[in-house]
Structure formats: C-alpha cells, structure tokens
Design a protein. Structure first.
Length: 186
C-alpha cells in the first residue's frame, strides 16, 4: 500500500470526512438534525429533514415526551427517531444554542455534538453525518462553531470505537472550505 493510499484509509476511518451536499440524501446509519426544542420541524436543515423523511417523522417526534411545555429536547441534548423515508435509518435530533455572545453558548454547542455522539454509540450507529449546528438561523459564528464541531467530532471518534465514518456535511462551499482549513490546523 502506498503512503497516499494509507493516508486516505486513515482519513476515512479515524477522522472527519468533510463534504458539501444535501444531508438528507446521505447513505449513512444516522443523520443529525439541527432541531428546535419542540422537535416539530422548522426551517433550514430541520425543515429539509422533516420534508425528506415524510410525515411519520413528525408523528414520531410528537410521540416523544415533553419535558416542559413545548420542549421535547432541551438545548445541548439529543433524541433519536427512525429515519422513515430517508436513506439514513435514524435521525438524531439536537437543539443548538441561539447565539447571544455568552460562554454558555459554546458549552451548549459542544454538548450538542457530545450528546449526539453518545446517543449514536448507544444505538451502535457506525456512520453518522452532522450539519453545521446553530450556524443558520440561530446565528452562531461559523468559524467558532466549526472549531467546536471539529474538536467534539474528533473527541467522539477517540472515545467511541463504534464509529467507522463521521461526516461534517456542509451546506455551501464556503463552509466546507472553512471546515477543511480548520481541520488541517487543529
């Protein structure tokens, strides 16, 4: 095996794969949904996942217990449902923080990744794709969010041997390039 092939093998199995595509079409065990606390759908990646998964996803989310009125999943935590009409068997829903510029938001975003990875490991999910959580309508600065995501995804790979493929799925070329640039430097 040449050095180039060996590097590619290591990248594919023990590091984050960074791609720019529609997360709803990925053939992985699970995709992560950047959800609202109600888990009842919304805009952005949340709306796209609900639309692609079909109406049974909304039914499954409604069946999850509320921990308080309107909240099925608090910020930083994760819940799991089947993927229904998606290629992915599972959807892990996590609620990212709305950016206001406090330190707690960085911890809450890190918790989204850690909670999702822990829940995925508990369900023996080997391949998983994450969107750039909280960077859309929730306004989290993309560079800071990307740094947190890469750190947490690598920690998950080191902690949970079940993962064979962890994907950072970017919505646009600029975000993909930022992920690649920061991943090389970390």
């Amino acid at each position: 095996m040449s050095a180039d092939n060996q590097k590619r093998y290591i990248f594919m199995t023990r590091d984050i794969e960074i791609i720019c595509t529609d997360i709803t079409v990925l053939e992985v065990d699970a995709i992560v949904n950047a959800a609202r606390p109600s888990l009842l759908g919304g805009g952005g990646v949340d709306g796209a996942i609900h639309a692609a998964a079909g109406p049974r996803l909304l039914e499954a989310c409604r069946a999850l217990p509320q921990i308080r009125p309107g909240v099925r999943c608090p910020t930083g935590d994760a819940r799991i449902t089947p993927g229904f009409d998606l290629s992915a068997r599972w959807v892990l829903h996590t609620v990212g923080p709305v950016w206001e510029g406090t330190e707690n938001e960085e911890d809450a975003l890190a918790a989204c990744y850690a909670s999702s990875l822990r829940l995925a490991s508990e369900h023996a999910i080997a391949t998983i794709a994450f969107p750039a959580i909280s960077t859309g309508a929730y306004g989290f600065p993309v560079k800071l969010a990307t740094t947190i995501a890469i750190r947490e995804l690598r920690q998950g790979l080191a902690t949970f041997p079940v993962f064979k493929r962890v994907i950072a799925c970017c919505f646009d070329d600029e975000t993909e390039e930022l992920y690649r640039s920061l991943a090389k430097g970390m």
